[in-house]
Design a protein. Structure first.
Length: 281
């Protein structure tokens, strides 16, 4: 049984040079608030596997793309799964945590996502477009993303990359959840400034859209960010389902919503430590 004040190992790369964001500021704020209820230590992702046995749970937050330390991350996953370590988010995520295959799977299943294929023989399944987006299946943080012509897309589509039509969307919007509870939404009204975010008040249809992917992912606990774009016909299309270490842009919400998010995260983390189900589950 965990101690009265559970021991949390908080994993972050405070020095990661994120474009347009300061990961360290967010994690400094979150750790300062979590320490009100938990005994907490902070470590770099390269140190997590060696340290995690001394803690009741491991919280993976702004640890940067795992491509930079893939062998270390794979070792952490193997050891955590073998030992039954409680990891937040749980290592069962079906979104970005497992790579980009889910975009192919969701396309095939008819979900409202940006249509995605990975092979040249399937390009005819995509809507016609003058340009295409090509990105690695194991990419993150836009690493390796290219905008190419149709012939270039056909040449690149060898099963190792994803190919999508380039969509002239109106804006991108992100929905943030703790467990299955919606917390807030932010959007980028200027398409050339992805991380200049403003509060967004979602409609009931918007929330139904976002919840559909949270329900599909079926995480027992944790934080998820559903990234979408507003297509020219007014519909929302999934861009990414961030379920490994989604940046939260807490500096873009007001103090009331920030406090509510922290309170929800604390309760979720307590349930994770004790193994209890989310409220309403």
């Amino acid at each position: 049984m965990p101690a009265a004040r559970p021991r949390i190992l908080y994993v972050s790369d405070l020095a990661y040079p994120a474009r347009g964001r300061r990961y360290c500021d967010e994690d400094i704020h979150l750790t300062s608030r979590l320490r009100e209820d938990f005994d907490l230590a902070l470590c770099h992702p390269r140190d997590a596997a060696a340290l995690m046995d001394a803690f009741d749970a491991v919280v993976v937050r702004n640890s940067g793309p795992v491509l930079g330390y893939q062998d270390v991350y794979d070792d952490f996953r193997r050891r955590a799964l073998a030992a039954g370590t409680r990891v937040y988010n749980p290592l069962t995520g079906r979104g970005d945590m497992a790579g980009k295959q889910y975009l192919l799977d969701l396309t095939a299943a008819g979900f409202p996502v940006i249509p995605t294929v990975d092979r040249a023989e399937d390009l005819h399944l995509l809507p016609g477009a003058g340009r295409y987006v090509v990105k690695p299946k194991l990419g993150a943080d836009s690493l390796g993303l290219r905008i190419v012509s149709a012939p270039e897309a056909r040449a690149a589509a060898d099963g190792t990359v994803l190919v999508q039509p380039h969509i002239d969307f109106a804006y991108e919007v992100s929905f943030y959840f703790v467990d299955d509870a919606f917390q807030y939404a932010l959007y980028a009204p200027h398409t050339d400034r992805r991380w200049q975010l403003e509060p967004y008040e979602p409609s009931a249809a918007d929330l139904d859209f976002a919840r559909r992917f949270v329900d599909w992912n079926a995480l027992a606990h944790g934080i998820q960010r559903v990234d979408a774009c507003r297509a020219p016909d007014g519909t929302l299309l999934l861009v990414e389902l961030e379920d490994l270490n989604p940046y939260l842009s807490l500096d873009s919400v007001d103090g009331t919503r920030r406090d509510a998010f922290v309170a929800a995260m604390k309760e979720s983390l307590r349930r994770c430590v004790t193994g209890s189900a989310p409220t309403g589950a």
